[in-house]
Design a protein around this ligand. Structure first.
Ligand code: FVH
Length: 292
């Protein structure tokens, strides 16, 4: 019991898949936990684990200084926190937001007397409470608040602080998730190519996963080229050669009866960059075309 008393008490608003997974880890680690959810039934199992359920969001906020919010979107955060007294609270918002929403929420919290940290979760619920799964949350906003609560916030999943600008956690979150969707798009195209040939997708999957892992370190070369401004530095496969290969990919897609719509936009950018006379560069020049 003494161990429990020493742990920072946490209020958690939002018991969806993510909130519930986080709640379990705080309870298991002995943190006193007060929860609230719009649909109260989702709290039932947590009560058996020792959580206190508040009848209203206001009561939950009043219960503890550290208030963690993990709701569907920024609109639901607005609805849930409306009318709560946030004066002197340490508000940590793990709801996925845009950088602009996060900055506005930080200012909104400041006007109400709260300290604010924004979070972008780089994990799915099964990774919560499983350190070896490698998940973490990007945090940005008050550095003092991060330092004060890092140990408690690190109970469900790792923590990575990315700066005082409250929008930076969301920006890092969206940047990594955007890259993930690019990977999913490429994988969808690969599976589509083999679909009609009787090749077992389960046989392609490990080959695909290993190839993506092998190619992933190329992002370090991209970063190095962006920093130096020299996109010809350490080039492995130049743009001219890669553009020359694009008809092979498009013809193969056509022969396999697969739409090129996931590949074509990227190939178009590669062609535009080549047309600017950048054949000796890496693919990094595409980034210049994307930034308006
Ligand atoms: N689950 C995932 O894979 C991803 C992983 C990366 C991070 N995301 C973000 O985490 C936030 C919460 O996601 P979640 O998985 O918990 O989402 P749901 O299971 O759908 O639960 C949503 C909770 O939000 C409550 N809620 C929704 N709308 C309202 C509203 N208008 N007023 C009050 N509460 C609202 C909902 O309540 P209920 O439906 O149970 O009554 C849940 O508590 C999210 O930002 C992800 O992008 C998860």
């Amino acid at each position: 019991a003494q161990n429990t008393v020493e742990k920072t008490p946490v209020t958690l608003l939002g018991l969806g898949a993510m909130g519930t997974a986080m709640a379990r880890t705080w309870l298991a680690a002995g943190h006193p936990l007060t929860v609230w959810n719009r649909t109260p039934a989702r709290a039932t199992a947590l009560v058996a684990g020792g959580a206190t359920v508040a009848d209203t969001a206001s009561e939950a906020v009043a219960a503890n200084t550290l208030v963690v919010v993990c709701l569907l979107d920024d609109t639901s955060v607005d609805k849930v926190l409306a009318g709560t007294d946030l004066a002197n609270k340490d508000l940590v918002n793990l709801t996925t937001s845009t950088p602009a929403q996060a900055r506005a929420r930080a200012e909104w919290a400041r006007e109400r007397g709260a300290r604010y940290l924004d979070g972008g979760i780089m994990a799915v619920p099964p990774m919560i409470g499983v350190p070896e799964a490698g998940g973490y949350v990007f945090y940005s906003g008050s550095p003092e608040l991060f330092e004060r609560h890092q140990r408690t916030l690190g109970v469900p999943v790792g923590t990575t602080y990315v700066g005082e600008d409250a929008g930076f956690a969301a920006l890092h979150d969206v940047a990594l998730l955007s890259a993930m969707y690019g990977m999913f798009a490429g994988s969808a195209h690969a599976f589509a190519l083999i679909r009609k040939e009787g090749i077992d997708p389960a046989a392609l999957a490990p080959l695909l996963a290993d190839w993506l892992v092998a190619m992933a370190p190329a992002v370090h070369r991209t970063a190095d080229q962006l920093r130096s401004g020299d996109y010809t530095k350490s080039v492995v496969s130049n743009l001219a050669m890669q553009v020359a290969g694009t008809p092979t990919f498009l013809s193969t897609a056509e022969q396999q009866g697969v739409s090129p719509e996931l590949l074509s936009p990227y190939f178009e950018l590669m062609r535009r960059r080549l047309a600017e006379g950048s054949g000796e560069e890496d693919l990094t020049g595409v980034i210049d075309l994307l930034v308006r």
